[in-house]
Design a protein around this ligand. Structure first.
Ligand code: FAD
Ligand code: UDP
Length: 373
């Protein structure tokens, strides 16, 4: 059959565009994913014990965009959840982002917020131009806290020293002088009440949307008939790596279920230093599910494997720019999403990016107009 649009990838980018094009613009859409399921990296499913887990690591929804929140709320109810993370440092579990309690507990101080602000001024290193992920943290909290909380974690996670990574990586994590121990301060922080996959099912459940899962686009592209293509896979792969490979960081997920109901005090505990894994997630504490057993995921960073993280470094940005220039020359092909645009984007940013592309495709005037049902 002939389709108005073929969309490669059934993650947030692909599903949002399929949903909008089908339900609002009456377009016929074929969504292809090489994985056997929808949802991309946000896919969740019950494991063999019936505990809802995230197959590709913990996904916590947070946004400051009322539009993104309103858009997704058409497809799910929400569970209120504010994310809190502890880091295992020097034998203690301490709040990360670093806050007043982190410093007082780590060093046995009794600082007030004002005293901590003064302390950070004393230990923070003076750096003229903040360029790297090392600069960000050293300038804010000084060398000791940098080494205990950031250097080891970042080297494990990215396979390079923080001094070789763009500042935006560690700048994701703020420094606080109060006792706020939330990981995010966004206005909207929720988990989809019945999980991400149920939300995606509602999005793509439309007579104009056909799904072809477990299929690589490359294998079938010559047999497809369509007007326009939306591509959310790795942009370098689309162009057969003609300028060389864009570096991505991968992860190995070790999923485990224990015969105890409770494992750790919060949903995520980070291990900056002493372990090969970066963090352990306990899903029941994200989802609120009650169960006599508990399921965990250990994340082991690695170079090879599925591309999970674009690596923000100047030379990679330069290489991506070449692919972007090539992408812009293609007629009727649109690149979007974390892999399609080589951006370290959170879910809400990908939804916004996809809605923006939809707005462009239909020539709408306002962003607000494109989120309505
Ligand atoms: P993806 O979800 O990667 O979807 C792309 C899809 O394209 C994939 O399913 C892939 O199989 C398919 N594909 C690729 N190539 C082909 C091909 N040739 N043929 C067919 N199909 C193809 N964000 C948050 O906001 N909060 C979080 O807590 C959070 N935690 C994260 C934790 C981890 C471990 C990771 C890796 C990411 C996390 N993210 C989080 C980011 C979030 O996963 C992404 O922003 C979002 O899923 C990106 O959606 P996407 O559609 O761009 O890409
Ligand atoms: N980070 C760190 N120590 C921590 C938490 C984060 O060094 O305890 C750094 C690390 O470089 C990490 C980055 O901050 O990759 C961003 O952390 P975030 O939790 O946002 O990563 P993600 O959830 O995207 O993997």
């Amino acid at each position: 059959m002939h389709y108005d649009f073929v969309i490669v990838g059934a993650g947030f980018a692909g599903s949002v565009l399929a949903e909008r094009l089908a339900s609002q613009s009456d377009k016929t859409v074929l969504v292809i994913d090489k994985r056997p399921h929808i949802g991309g990296n946000a896919y969740d499913c019950p494991n063999e014990d019936g505990i809802l887990i995230h197959l590709y690591g913990p996904h916590i929804f947070h946004t400051n965009s009322p539009d993104v929140f309103a858009y997704l709320s058409q497809f799910t109810e929400w569970r209120q959840y504010e994310h809190r993370v502890l880091a295992s440092v020097d034998g203690q579990l301490l709040p990360i982002p670093i806050n007043l309690d982190t410093v007082n507990k780590l060093y046995g101080y009794n600082f007030t917020s004002e005293q901590l602000a003064d302390y950070f001024k004393t230990v923070g290193e003076s750096i003229d131009t903040i360029r790297t992920s090392e600069d960000v943290v050293l300038s804010q909290v000084g060398r000791d806290l940098y080494e205990k909380f950031f250097r080891g974690y970042t080297r494990k996670q990215w396979g390079v020293d923080p001094s070789e990574l763009d500042k935006m990586v560690t700048a994701r994590i703020p420094t606080r002088t109060n006792q706020d121990d939330r990981y995010f301060t966004d206005e909207f922080q929720y988990m989809p009440l019945h999980g991400y996959t149920k939300m995606f099912e509602k999005m793509v459940n439309h007579p104009n949307i056909h799904l072809k899962l477990g299929t690589d686009f490359k294998a079938i592209k010559d047999d497809l008939s369509f007007d326009e293509l939306i591509y959310t896979g790795p942009v370098d792969e689309y162009f057969d790596f003609c300028y060389g490979k864009l570096p991505y960081r991968s992860l190995r997920f070790d999923h485990q279920t224990l015969d105890v109901s409770d494992f750790q005090p919060v949903s995520v505990v980070n291990y900056p230093n002493d372990q090969e894994y970066t963090r352990i997630t306990e899903y029941k504490k994200l989802t609120g599910q009650e169960h006599p057993k508990t399921s965990l995921t250990y994340e082991y960073p690695q170079a090879e494997g599925d591309p999970y993280y674009p690596i923000p470094r100047p030379e990679n940005a330069a290489l991506y720019q070449r692919y972007k220039d090539l992408a812009e020359q293609q007629q009727g092909v649109h690149f979007v999403g974390r892999l399609g645009t080589y951006r370290y984007y959170n879910m809400d940013q990908v939804v916004a990016q996809a809605l923006t592309l939809y707005k462009k495709l239909i020539g709408a005037d306002s962003f607000h107009d494109v989120i309505k049902s």
